[in-house]
Design a protein around this ligand. Sequence first.
Ligand code: AMP
Ligand code: GLY
Length: 427
Amino acid sequence: MNVLVIGSGGREHALLKACLASPLATRVIAAPGNGGMEADAQCFPLDVENVPAAVELAKREAVDMAIIGPEVPLALGMADALREAGVLVYGPGFKGAQLEASKAVCKDFFAKYGIPTARSRTFSSAEIDAALRYVAAEPLPVVIKASGLAAGKGVIIAQSREEALDATRGMLDGSMFGEAGAQVVVEECLVGDEASITLIVCGDKYVMLPAAQDHKRVGEGDSGPNTGGMGAYCPAPVVTPEMERRIVSEVIEPTMRGFAAEEYDFRGTLFIGIMVTAKGPMVLEFNVRFGDPETQVVLPMLDADPLALMLDCAKGTLDPANVAIRSGSAIVVVLAAKGYPGKYAKGDLIGLPTQLPVNSSIVHAGTKRAADGSILSAGGRVLGVCAQAETLQKAADIAYGIVGKVQWDNKNFRRDIGHRAGVTPAK
Ligand code: AMP
Ligand code: GLY
């Protein structure tokens, strides 16, 4: 089987590695890929927003199955277009993808199927005055969200009235996020610990991967500005067995009933962002793709071939009964460029260790490969160092051992990934 992985981040490199390790794949290619993906497989140029170009590539390269990593091509209907061209696809079609592409649609889904979530109201740009009146009367802090896709930047937790009103105005008049802010969701601010739940979904059947926890702030002790994620680990102890039972019965089961009732024919990942509050699990968001960096820790926990599961989803034949989860824990430490998420340099030469311990890997995100095969930094989040072991502390020790061997003067990373699960910060 010929497999195509679409995307260029750490998530896609992890997916590519899983496909390359699978006996089901005879050839694995990627588009557009990154420096590390190029070293592992043939990569083809692709603008992931160009749906016809993806279909053309799949036909030209006789692709049997495509795995779509990022949300933007999913929201544009790339999965439908590939399916129409006879390609098996892991990733929901346009309709299912709207659960991530429109927070307004997602909130309506939560309301219709009784899924616990923050109290909210949605406003469109025609209702700017009503929105400002509503925001003026809400308790602080208040959460203002651009409904559309805003590359993870569309959520503002406003601490002051002025900030809340400015964000509402800026989103609805298009000055902050363009079209993505044409609708805003104004939400009550929830307090608790966050967890990421990953489901591999086929219609109304699913495989649940261990709960993970991302580290969004750039600095140790969860300080400094938000990033795309500085590291993750799983399983996250905040999701106790009792909390997991509640997530299944209060969130996942009604969601699967909704998927069936709405005929989403969902074949892909449902990523559920949960706030574990004093009252129980509350859903922050649905994403319709694997998390990044969560993928790098949840895939190694599968005691199954991830490509086989994704293929079964693509075909509509997933049987969750056969899927086991490994014991132990997994961690990923992200190496970012110094200065990220602000200004940072690109083009730094990076030296990578050639030998890695068992059950560890380095995934690339923002890298490119020079003509002589050397690796250069090419983005903010550059590498992810992943390890899996019997305990989280052991996995962390292995990962940080590898981090120490990455030769790159401008690397910045957090030494405290896993701190909420009691991991001792690295020296
Ligand atoms: P979202 O894209 O909706 O998941 O929001 C991004 C991040 O903003 C989440 O991971 C949370 O850290 C935070 N967030 C979103 N909604 C809320 C809320 N209602 N209360 C508190 N924090 C929130
Ligand atoms: N790590 C959160 C996400 O992928 O959306």
